[in-house]
Design a binder for this molecule. Sequence first.
Ligand SMILES: [Zn+2]
Ligand SMILES: [Zn+2]
Length: 460
Amino acid sequence: MHSAITRRDFLKASAAAVATTVVSPLAAEISAAEPIQKKWYKGDLHQHSLWSDGDFFPGWIADRYKSNGYHFTCPSDHNVFQGEELRFQNGLGNPMPEVRNQEEFRRVFDGETSYWRAAVPEPKHWWEISWNRIEEYRNVYGKDSLKTLEFEGVTYVRLDTFDELAAEKNEPGRFLMIPGFEQTKLWDGRTCHVHMNFINVRETFPIILPETAGGILEENFRKGEDVYEGQDYLITANHPLWPYYDFQPSDLIRLPQYTLYELTNNFFSPSDMHRFEEAWLPEKMWDTVNAYRAVHDQPLLYGMGSDDFHTMEQWGRGWSVVRAERLEIPDILAAIRAGDFYASRGLAFDDIRFDGKTLEVKIDVQEEGEYVIDFIGTKKDYNPECRYIETDYEPGKTLQRKLECYSDEIGKVLETVEGTEGSYTLKPEDLYVRAKIYKKGAVKKDWETENAAWTQPYRS
Ligand SMILES: [Zn+2]
Ligand SMILES: [Zn+2]
């Protein structure tokens, strides 16, 4: 499990390999006789482009992640896979554009593929395409980088498909695009609002919407099992706090089939929403679910980091770092499924080791400062009781909710180490342990801490 090659050595080696573009880092470092060492690969599996409500062309987004040290991404647009099928207009629902002469319109686009969107002179929303944005893109990528067609005075621009971009951007051992989409009911004032990412799939299905959040999670999970039967894919429960405590710890307690959720996501904290000190936050949710699962011998829940990138403010703030033998889809998915990854909001681990009893972590110090390691867990005799805060509906502020509140015995700091290396040995009364690292003085309430990273939970 333990890699003799540190992540930093790997990054240096891969930078060198990219610079010369002759040898892949794998080939450069490992002779055929040696066993393959696992390495850390950094990725973001949740992001939106102009295919739905993102602000940027998909090629630009792939390049931005690639040129900033990410190894893998999943363009996960709302309810759409970036496929070949000919589609038009409006990013979120894909209706045909209103044109006077449909027959002529079809003739103009005959033989075309992919998704065409109308450029607007003065966009009112960030996901609308302005003529300026097209110009900017062509200035960087060349005048043939975007195909446009005119009809009835409207300029339509073609978006690159996933396969076109993957063929162009993927580089062995260096960058990998994974297909997928975000299963979404777009905001319509419903009382609950649950999103899930399907990762490594190319087919979408209409979201199933029973009345409750737990029902939405459950029914779409089950439908995914039918639609993607036999396929290697992941499903993640996204941004539980958005827009307002939309699914809660009890939902994931009831659904042990969910083993992945978003611990950090930029859409956790709408500023106009009221928060309640006593109610759960994503890190508390994590411990609440895992305390229950550990007692009931169910699979533990793993926490992911993602950007949920739509606009520049949401770029580069959350990611997952996966330990795998190769930068290939099956390896990345298998490592995530096995919990061999960590979530980050700025910091990096050099190593994470668990031998069945002791969790040992080492921070990859990328900037100067004082570091803290918290080992966090829950004891077997914890109080599992839940009490509720009932919120009333206030337009623009709160939705009606029964917010779950759990005991402070869940997710306690078991030990704190100041420094860049530390370990914790599970005691007979511990259900599990996980480590959180942060820069001294920087800690805020769980996921809000910038410059932090979280291991997954480990149990005996
Ligand atoms: Zn979402
Ligand atoms: Zn999203």
